[in-house]
Ligand binder design. Structure first.
Ligand code: ATP
Ligand code: MG
Length: 752
């Protein structure tokens, strides 16, 4: 109940949740209840201030966060079924659904494709190939993409970009001139494909609201979580949505701003204070998540950010144990030691901790392999976040490619991806011909293919195609039109996806592709396809009520909308939106809980990793250092009870085939010794007691099982060959002694 939740709040939280201020900023450190306050405030607005839930928009940065908040509102009986009427979602998802509904007013077709990062990269590659060679000199497509995205995040259209840099652009061969040409060509290509990239969703969202302000009228309250991650376009969007004196509440923590590379801008906090009248600011200072030791260590690390505004943060939680500092000789041993420690903690916590209470933070994707290997060996199930998105896996993208082409036959990127998957003799030369024809005659890719197929058997020797290819082409076209018919007839997405998987014979393709690598690889990839199907089958039910950010209040003004383009007929489009807008992996979808874990391992804490070695210019180094102090800060403050800092002494450089010595990350090198110990914590009865209390879990009855295993055990860390001695219950493992003792072994590893 709302009242219970409010009663449990401290006075600052209470004030923030129940403030009558029109414009409210809640600024606070990690774990101080920002998200909790925001959720409660939504319930309070509905229950105590009678705000219609249909008019409340809650913006989060991931779909997962939105789902999580909706769940909390539902399950705590804060709002009950009213919570399904709230509009909740990411900036991108909110814009995409506005554009699907009203985009026609600004010339955007209703069935546009969302070009995700990979697709937009492909489009850029295509564009660059067709532009003069010297344009490729500025850099890889990725550098152009970064530059274009930056422009878009600063709300600059092609024309505005040119105007902004008019002097530079006049200069032949200048970087800005190149960017300007590529930006324009890229936009034209997107337009041809009937596609919008992520940044376009926001920019066009702003464009729409600017031209048709009535659309914003359906919102009365906007609430934004993780405000430190907003960029200028998102700022503008909020501004447009809150015109006419609407309610606005934002919560955030400038110290946790880690998306500078996505052009997030923390000056948005200050900008908001000047752009709005009577902004009320509430600071929350009590941390509810972590032990004193963890909080103190994290606070030391964030001091490396010299420009930050000092904030005070304290906790009434128990001091817990000092954080543990692990030094391993190299990465495999680091992973083994950590996985062994997970096993130990689970075992000696006597049931308080289990598999999902651990989080291993890895800075560089490729460093995950030793952990995956060690976890598999220990038979511990795990979930990867932030690596390759589920929807980015090749086999999943193939199926999605068919679906995208079905929904939008102009999508040349999808066409190119799947027209020869599985192989049907339609090679790059033919694809190019189809593309050219489509451009010349303004045809969709499928129409153009049909023309090529027709003319394929013709007399012109250059243009003729082998008969079997022509047959394959017709088959492909027939198949595609059957998919289109299926989608048009409002068939459930699950059935469409199933049909596509079967008819396209993607299974054969996967088999052929992985023949060499053996069955196992095929199995993994096929299981991803199955998972996608499963996701699609669940989509119809789980998506109900998510896409409701339209208001009856404005329906009279939207009567220009053709009836056949109502929400019902575009289930496939909505499904595709959810796959491209979900920045998290599909597996995370049902996961409960915010970003906090009883036990966190911050790994690879060395110079070269944190901060990353690849920065060259002074400016890059500065930015990387700022990012790293915040990354570490965010990472460390995810921990509730146990925090581990872990580093290795040497890493193998595969290019030079040699071991490179590593120094401790300078962000941690000056951590006072009172805050950490070079051993793992003792898990005895008193540890279990504070642990259960901190995590609000039942204290297990003490059993005699632990005491019966009295002898010393050996850690299966064959390099350190470290012996662990167990005290009466639990055990304490001195990492440092073992390291010293075995340091002569290090040469052994050099000869790998
Ligand atoms: P972050 O900066 O990491 O986003 P946050 O400020 O959003 O953190 P929350 O996730 O809302 O913090 O809260 C952190 C933890 O503290 C959660 O487990 C939450 O349930 C708990 N918590 C917050 N306020 C209280 C309170 N008044 N009493 C008890 N627990 C609380
Ligand atoms: Mg939060």
């Amino acid at each position: 109940m709302l009242e219970d939740v409010l009663n449990k709040m401290n006075s600052a939280q209470y004030q923030a949740a129940t403030s009558d201020a029109k414009v409210l900023q809640i600024l606070a450190g990690p774990g101080s209840g920002k998200t909790r306050v925001l959720t409660t405030r939504v319930a309070w607005l509905v229950k105590e201030r009678n705000v219609d839930p249909d008019t409340i928009l809650v913006v989060t940065f991931t779909n997962k966060a939105a789902n999580e908040m909706r769940n909390r509102l539902q399950s705590n009986d804060l709002l009950g079924s009213d919570s399904t009427r709230l509009m909740m979602g990411t900036f991108h998802a909110s814009c995409s659904s506005l554009l699907r509904r009203y985009g026609q007013k600004i010339g955007i077709r209703q069935n546009f494709t969302i070009a995700d990062t990979a697709a937009s990269g492909k489009i850029l590659e295509t564009v660059l190939k067709e532009l003069p060679k010297e344009l490729q000199i500025y850099g890889k497509p990725a550098s152009y993409r970064t530059a274009i995205s930056k422009a878009k995040c600063q709300a600059l259209t092609c024309d505005m970009y040119d105007a902004e840099h008019s002097n530079d652009i006049k200069k032949q061969g200048s970087e800005k001139r190149k960017i300007s040409i590529v930006y324009r060509a890229y936009q034209q290509e997107l337009l041809k494909c009937n596609a919008l990239d992520f940044d376009d969703l926001l920019m066009e969202g702003c464009n729409l609201l600017e031209k048709h302000p009535f659309i914003a009228r359906s919102y009365r309250y906007i609430l934004v979580d993780e405000y430190q991650d907003t960029n200028l376009v998102q700022y503008n969007l909020i501004k447009l949505l809150t015109q006419d004196n609407k309610g606005l509440t934002i919560v955030g923590d400038p110290d946790q701003s880690i998306y500078g590379f996505r052009n997030a801008d923390i000056s948005n906090f200050r900008k908001m204070q000047t752009d709005y009248d009577n902004v009320v600011v509430v600071n929350l200072e009590e941390n509810y998540r972590s032990t004193t030791h963890i909080l103190d260590a994290a606070s030391m690390v964030i001091q490396h950010d010299k420009d930050r505004l000092p904030k005070s943060l304290f906790t009434n939680n128990c001091p817990g144990v000092p954080i543990s500092w692990l030094t391993s000789m190299e990465a495999d041993l680091e992973a083994n030691a950590i996985v062994d420690e997970i096993v130990r903690l689970e075992k000696y916590s006597n049931g308080i901790l289990n598999h999902d209470d651990f989080c291993i933070l890895i800075r560089i994707n490729s460093h995950s392999l030793p952990y995956e290997t060690a976890l598999n060996k220990a038979k511990i199930p795990y979930r990867m976040r932030g690596g390759l998105r589920f929807f980015d896996r090749a086999e999943v993208k193939d199926v999605l490619g068919y679906l995208r082409l079905t929904a939008n036959p102009y999508d040349s990127e999808a066409f190119t991806r799947i027209v020869n998957v599985p192989k049907r003799g339609i090679g790059p030369v033919t694809v190019k011909r189809v593309r050219t024809l489509a451009e010349q005659k303004n045809l969709s890719m499928l129409e153009a293919l049909a023309e090529v197929a027709k003319s394929g058997g013709g007399s012109d020797a250059n243009r003729s195609l082998p008969q079997p290819t022509v047959v394959e082409m017709s088959r492909f076209l027939e198949m595609m039109s059957s998919f289109q018919a299926l989608a048009a007839s409002q068939t459930a997405v699950g059935i469409i996806v199933e049909t596509v998987i079967k008819e396209s014979n993607i299974e054969r393709h996967l088999h052929n592709q992985y023949d060499k690598d053996g069955k196992e690889v095929f199995k993994t990839h096929w299981s991803n396809v199955e998972e996608l199907l499963d996701f699609a089958q669940r989509f119809n039910t789980s998506s109900a009520g998510q896409d409701n950010n339209t208001s009856e209040a404005t329906s009279s003004q939207t009567s220009t909308q053709p009836a056949n383009e109502s929400d019902d007929s575009d289930a496939l489009v909505r499904f595709l939106d959810s796959t491209s807008l979900d920045l998290e992996s599909a597996n995370d979808e049902v996961e409960e809980g915010g970003l906090e874990w009883p036990c966190v391992f911050a790994t690879g804490c060395e110079e070269g990793v944190i901060p990353f070695a690849l920065c060259t210019t002074e400016k890059e180094i500065q930015e990387e250092c700022l990012l790293c102090s915040r990354l570490l800060y965010v990472g460390m403050t995810r921990a509730e009870a146990f925090l581990y800092i872990s580093e290795v002494n040497q890493r193998h450089n595969p290019w030079q085939q040699q071991w490179v010595e590593c120094a401790t990350s300078h962000f941690l090198a000056d951590l006072p010794e009172s805050l950490y110990q070079r051993k793992f914590p003792l898990l005895n009865a008193s540890t279990r007691e504070w642990l259960a209390h901190l995590l609000d879990r039942p204290l297990p009855e003490e059993t005699s099982v632990l005491e019966s295993e009295g002898e010393a055990t050996y850690l299966k860390n064959d390099a350190l060959e470290a012996q662990r001695y167990r005290s009466d219950e639990g055990e304490e493992y001195d990492v440092w002694d073992d390291y010293e003792r075995n340091s002569s072994d290090r040469n052994r590893y050099r000869s790998y």
